[in-house]
Design a protein around this ligand. Structure first.
Ligand code: TRP
Length: 456
């Protein structure tokens, strides 16, 4: 049976970039940058992308290509020690957890697309626009409704199979997103808050970064590059023999980082030009963009285009999450694509309902928070980025660095690559630097090492 392959050399880069670039870049990165005080947080994040993200991305893709399997099957085929088979199952669990709350946020972007389409922001002052997000956040019915819509769309796309659809959609939507965001960065340049925003984002102020921030920067590095759960491994399994894995990985990481920084350069000038707070949290992008655009002629059309593109960026990521879980059920349980996609999709939809109700009900909101320290939605988000993905990423780095047969590893890295000369450097990083970095952060995040050590 043919597994399908990318239609073109660019196909893989487009699909992988489509998975990487999503709500993580435009919704989450600016909001956690705001919460963690900017500057140093951004620097730590960039460091994590460089020494952990990029090397692990290369590792995932080359495991995928060499085995032509989805995660669970890949480690079996490689005859990896049994402990590494956990990567596959952990990945399935991560896919469940992440997609369940991711869909709720994707739903917010759809809601805002419709608000823009109905001219809801025109002529409103910033406070009124900010209040729109506050109202959405606490509306149980609305959140569940959009969550159901997003899951239905995601399941429908994945039912159609991997190649054609994703590739073609991303080929047009990714450049459109890059173009619009570039134009919005240029526009932000002329806002009075731009210099303050620039210093907030890039000037490292040691006193602003907490231990939480270090942990979150690494976890977000995994999240934003779709690492640690086998999504990139699965996409790599559709790659051809002579594709250049190191350079494709670099392109994906650069694109992803560009979008994340551009989102900050768009959002923070707006925040500092009006009376909004950088620490506003999950509503940051939703409250700020319409504020800037509502004052421009044609602003509603731009808002509409922005949120529609944000939704499509979220959708191409959601697809990759569902694809990992569904393809594992297809490969390991022998289910048909239809049965796997519908079954898994339904389970994730149900699991997402408490997240959709986190802002608007006592049960999953404040009540939940009183017991677990975070509401249901924030808890799922936290566990995925701070526990599941780093553990998965650690196992992938350890396997690739220490257990993978040297001939396979070298061949997969070097074949067709203009970066073959980097092999020894990459091997060093994936053996020593990435695992140690993840381990240190993980010890802090779980409280095994006290955070006070970092705060000194
Ligand atoms: N990277 C995506 C984003 O930043 C989210 C995502 C898609 C993801 N697939 C993933 C995260 C797999 C972790 C693992 O929005």
């Amino acid at each position: 049976m043919s597994r399908g392959a990318w239609g073109s050399r660019l196909g893989f880069i487009l699909a992988a970039a489509g998975s990487a670039v999503g709500l993580g870049n435009i919704w989450k990165f600016p909001y956690i940058t705001g919460v963690h005080g900017g500057g140093l947080f951004v620097l730590v994040y960039l460091f994590c992308i460089a020494v952990v993200g990029v090397p692990v991305l290369m590792a995932e893709v080359l495991i995928g290509r060499s085995t032509q399997r989805s995660p669970v099957g890949a480690f079996m085929k490689l005859k990896a020690p049994t402990a590494y088979h956990a990567v596959g199952w952990l990945g399935v669990l991560s896919g469940f957890v992440i997609l369940s709350f991711y869909s709720v946020v994707a739903g917010w972007s759809l809601h805002y697309t419709f608000l823009a389409a109905t001219n809801a922001f025109a002529g409103q002052d910033p406070a009124a626009i900010e209040a729109i997000f506050g109202a959405l956040y606490v509306a149980p019915g609305l959140n569940v409704f959009w969550h159901l819509v997003v899951m239905t769309i995601t399941v429908t796309v994945v039912l159609g199979g991997v190649s054609g659809g994703i590739e073609t959609a991303v080929k047009f939507l990714m450049p459109a997103l890059l173009l619009l965001m570039s134009a919005m960065v240029i526009n932000a340049f002329f806002l009075e808050g731009f210099p303050e925003a620039l210093s907030f984002i890039f000037a490292p102020r040691v006193e602003d970064l907490s231990a939480e921030g270090f942990v979150e920067a690494l976890g977000h590095g995994f999240f934003t590059l779709s690492l640690g759960m086998g999504a990139m491994l699965t996409y790599g399994s559709y790659l051809q023999e002579d594709d250049d894995i190191p350079s494709a990985s670099l392109v994906i990481a650069l694109l992803d980082t560009f979008v994340a920084l551009a989102a900050c350069l768009i959002i923070f000038p707006i925040i500092f030009s009006s009376s909004m707070e950088a620490t506003a949290g999950p509503g940051l992008v939703f409250a700020s963009i319409p504020v800037a655009l509502s004052q421009m002629t044609g602003g509603n059309i731009l808002s509409f285009v922005f949120f529609a593109l944000l939704f499509f960026a979220a959708l191409s990521s959601a697809i990759s999450l569902l694809e990992v879980v569904a393809s594992s059920a297809i490969d390991q349980l022998g289910w048909s694509r239809k049965r796997a996609t519908l079954g898994v999709g339904l389970a994730i939809t149900v699991l997402g309902i408490p997240s959709a109700l986190s802002g608007g009900t006592e049960l999953f909101g404040e009540g939940w928070e009183a017991i677990f320290g975070k509401n249901f939605f924030d808890g799922f988000d936290w566990i995925a980025s701070n526990v599941l993905l780093p553990v998965g990423g650690l196992l992938i780095a350890l396997y690739t660095g220490w257990a993978m047969p040297e001939d396979v590893r070298r061949r997969e890295f070097c074949q067709g690559s203009s970066f073959a000369g980097l092999y020894p450097a990459w091997l060093f990083v994936i053996r020593y630097v990435s695992p140690v970095a993840v381990l240190i952060v993980f010890l802090f995040s779980t409280g095994i090492l006290p955070k006070s050590l970092l705060e000194g």
